[in-house]
Write a protein that binds this ligand. Structure first.
Ligand SMILES: Nc1nc2c(c(=O)[nH]1)N[C@H]1C(S)=C(S)[C@@H](COP(=O)(O)OP(=O)(O)OC[C@H]3O[C@@H](n4cnc5c(=O)[nH]c(N)nc54)[C@H](O)[C@@H]3O)O[C@H]1N2
Ligand SMILES: Nc1nc2c(c(=O)[nH]1)N[C@H]1C(S)=C(S)[C@@H](COP(=O)(O)OP(=O)(O)OC[C@H]3O[C@@H](n4cnc5c(=O)[nH]c(N)nc54)[C@H](O)[C@@H]3O)O[C@H]1N2
Ligand code: SF4
Ligand SMILES: [Mo]
Length: 699
């Protein structure tokens, strides 16, 4: 029997729409959903490797309970009933002794996040966090400080862009299929790319202009760009006049930040800075300064992201074709979004301080919908604001994704209960007491994906094949656990299809409507708001706030003076980290196909520096920071700034049963210090200083 199923990829969390061909319960072929513009058949290498995941005997196959010391690898396979009974019992005991707030649930934001939030409200815990802060918290806060919208509520019209500027946004490697295809289309129509990174990435090689910037100095570049744009009146005066709050303060502030000043700080010539400002201004408002994700993550990140958003606003490229736009929800066309379990009226409210203190005076600005996950080890170790006793990790890997692995390991030791829901042997699963295996995305229907944008839509992940092993969808696992703890009524479904039907009630759409193409649209037309009078800004002033009431009310300046970045001492470097096209974060290194492509990471070292250190290409080097050390092979190259070294994130796994990637390369998180931009919420992942020397013996 063969069938075609429209679904959503989940080899990374971009969730590209896919078409899956199934024959006799086996996945035969996966391609991008041909009905979706910008996808039209395409997949990235990781999406294509999903078949390798489906067939991988090394993935989790049944619930497991630890029998030896934590991390020893001694496990007993148990039934779902046994696992969930044990978990319910342990949680109830902890809640009885320490209160619901002693339980933290951390997850990569996903389609079932509302299920997790519902569960925590049932048990009386405020402690839900997502990966968001660790990924792009400062971008989120910067967007709210300027527009009143989060970054997730803002999009980019790549297809019509005429010039796009990336600050370490490694667009063609750290990729999302649809935006890549749209930008390729724009390139064919003559669009230009400026790429700024201390390292020559694949994106740099596709750019029309590349700046090898001194690491950590992008803010200086931007202050100088703003200086030139204002001095030469290159900005969109009408748009600024109509929509901006605080322009004259900015004008005054950037006076001293000349291109000549920035040249000394950034290493980019003043002439080039002026040229860039003049060139982009010719294309306004179809110009995007990309606000980025992870590139250039330093403790003042919020101000870098704000400066990027200021540049977009000066170009008038807000709510314009080829600019950035506010995403439109179904309400815009009189429709209703899919329901979430958290909307249930009688669900208890929890009014307690969070473990990370987000929303209090200590940490007023990061988004409380996501929290600041990297603060978890500090909260556990210091028992501040109160003792944390249990961690549930779902689709999130605190040991590899929260910086400073040693710190997180010490924190885990203090917990009474560690539970992981995963699809494979991650390091956190390996260090858990109970491991609950989720069915992989090809094996499960998921909650509805509400996709807001120029056209609001809903997508659905549908089960393509039955689970190969004894696994379940997360929303079913939580429902069964909640039922055992007496909260079953807040989870009104037996199957995933029931839950989807419940979510769709009132939207006017049914499950069947997704059959034909895998998605439904609320409208056929793109919705742009009127740039004269129709921008529905959500800031207190209803303007784009260069002078930000959000920041200033919390006691932070809108334009802090620039603080120079000191070059590291000799033999020391700023450690930069990032992604490649072949792997997803820490998830795919054990995939049989992807592991074959890139089995371990190497350390990029600048050629001149390598000579000085006596390091040849391929040598084993010792790398150390204030929090950890390790050994890794050197890649000696001219393609990186002499003040920096670089390694791929995601290697150095320590779970023995993930055999292909076990102990291959090293984890950047062992070295990266756990320091954050405490205004915006992101960890400063590119800011740790490391010492590099040749290793004479293998550790
Ligand atoms: N293939 C693949 N694609 C992905 C992902 C994946 O895991 N794999 N993950 C997705 C996710 S969740 C995210 S957040 C995005 C991440 O997307 P990006 O943020 O584009 O990805 P990174 O690989 O982290 O790239 C960071 C770049 O910043 C550079 N950098 C470091 N310091 C500085 C600096 O001071 N200035 C400048 N200008 N650059 C600097 C680094 O050299 C590096 O090249 O990718 C998404 N897409
Ligand atoms: N040191 C350092 N830390 C970082 C980064 C970095 O570059 N360096 N990058 C940061 C960024 S941008 C991000 S977005 C985060 C990402 O952090 P994470 O979300 O922790 O990373 P992922 O690799 O996406 O996935 C984590 C876990 O999800 C599991 N998983 C995959 N699919 C499923 C599924 O269908 N169900 C379940 N239950 N589990 C599944 C994987 O097996 C893996 O163990 O990390 C951040 N942390
Ligand atoms: S970007 Fe690649 S891995 Fe991520 S969802 Fe799309 S096809 Fe899958
Ligand atoms: Mo991310």
């Amino acid at each position: 029997m063969s069938k075609t199923v429209y679904s959503l990829c989940f080899m990374c969390s971009v969730r590209c729409p896919i078409k899956v061909e199934v024959e006799d319960g086996q996945v035969k072929w996966i391609e991008g959903n041909p009905h979706v513009p910008g996808i039209e058949g395409s997949l990235c290498p990781r999406g294509a490797a999903a078949i390798g995941l489906f067939n991988d005997p090394q993935r989790l196959q049944a619930p497991m309970v630890r029998t030896g010391p934590r991390g020893s690898g001694q496990w007993k396979q148990v039934s779902w009933d046994e696992a969930l009974n044990l978990l319910a019992e342990k949680l109830q005991e902890i809640i009885r002794k320490y209160g619901g707030r002693s339980v933290v649930l951390g997850e990569r934001a996903n389609l079932a996040t509302h299920v997790s939030k519902t569960f925590l409200r049932c048990i009386g815990s405020p402690n839900h966090f997502t990966h968001d802060a660790i990924c792009k918290g400062s971008v989120n806060t910067a967007c709210r400080s300027m527009f009143g919208y989060t970054d997730a509520q803002i999009g980019i019209d790549y297809k019509n862009v005429k010039h796009i500027i990336f600050y370490g946004r490694n667009f063609f490697e750290a990729l999302e299929v649809k935006p890549v295809n749209f930008l390729m289309e724009a390139l064919e129509n003559g669009a230009r790319i400026t790429y700024i990174d201390p390292r020559v990435t694949v994106t740099a090689t596709k750019a029309h202009r590349y700046f090898m910037i001194r690491p950590g100095t992008d803010l200086a570049l931007n202050y100088a760009l703003i200086h030139v744009i204002i001095r030469e009146k290159l900005y969109d005066a009408g748009f600024v006049e109509r929509w901006v709050e605080g322009f004259s303060k900015l004008e005054e502030f950037v006076q001293p930040y000349t291109p000549e000043w920035a040249e000394k700080e950034t290493g980019i010539s003043a002439v080039e800075i002026v040229n860039l400002a003049r060139e982009v201004a010719q294309q306004k408002p179809h110009v995007v300064f990309h606000y980025g994700y992870r590139g250039a993550s330093h403790p003042n990140e919020i101000y870098l992201r704000r400066s990027i958003l200021i540049l977009n606003t000066l170009m008038g490229s807000v709510e314009s074709k080829g600019g950035i736009f506010f995403k439109k929800g179904p309400g815009e066309v009189g429709g209703k979004p899919a329901r979430k379990l958290t909307e249930q009226k009688d669900l208890p409210k929890v009014d307690e301080v969070r473990f990370d203190k987000v929303g209090t005076e200590d940490l007023p600005l990061p988004d409380p919908n996501h929290g600041v996950g990297q603060l978890l080890p500090f909260a556990i170790l210091k028992e501040d604001p109160y003792p944390i006793k249990a961690l549930i990790a779902n689709r999130f890997e605190p040991l590899m994704s929260i910086p400073d692995r040693g710190l997180m390991e010490r924190a885990l030791e203090k917990l009474d209960l560690v539970v992981t829901v995963d699809i494979q042997w991650s390091d956190i699963a390996w260090h858990s007491d109970i491991v609950l295996p989720e069915s992989i995305f090809l094996e499960r229907t998921d909650c509805v994906q509400q996709v807001n944008g120029l056209k609001p839509q809903m997508f659905l992940r549908r089960q393509a094949v039955p689970p190969k092993y004894d696994t379940k969808p997360y929303a079913i696992i939580i429902k069964e656990l909640a039922a055992k703890m007496g909260f079953g009524k807040f989870f009104p479904y037996e199957t995933m299809e029931d839950l989807v039907r419940w979510q769709l009630e009132g939207t006017g759409f049914t499950l069947n409507d997704f059959e034909a193409k895998g998605f439904v649209s609320y409208t056929d037309k793109q919705i742009f708001w009127d740039r004269e009078n129709g921008l529905k800004l959500k800031t207190p002033s209803k303007k784009i706030e260069f002078v930000s009431s959000l920041l200033e009310k919390a006691g932070y300046p809108s334009f802090p003076p620039y603080e120079p970045v000191m070059p590291p001492p000799e033999g020391q470097y700023r450690l930069l980290v990032g992604r490649c096209a072949i792997h997803t974060h820490v998830s795919t290194q054990n995939n049989p196909y992807l592991n074959e492509q890139i089995p371990e990471n190497v350390l990029w070292v600048n050629t001149r520096e390598a000579e000085r250190l006596g390091i040849n290409n391929g040598d084993l080097v010792e790398i150390s920071s204030s929090v950890g050390h390790g050994q890794i092979r050197a890649l000696v190259t001219d393609l990186i700034h002499p003040e920096a070294v670089f390694m791929l994130h995601g290697f150095g796994h320590k779970a023995r049963l993930a055999e292909r990637c076990y102990d291959k390369g090293i984890a950047d998180g062992v070295l990266v210090e756990n320091r954050s931009d405490m205004i915006g919420g992101s960890p400063a992942l590119d800011d740790t200083i490391v010492t590099v020397r040749r290793a004479y013996t293998k550790a």
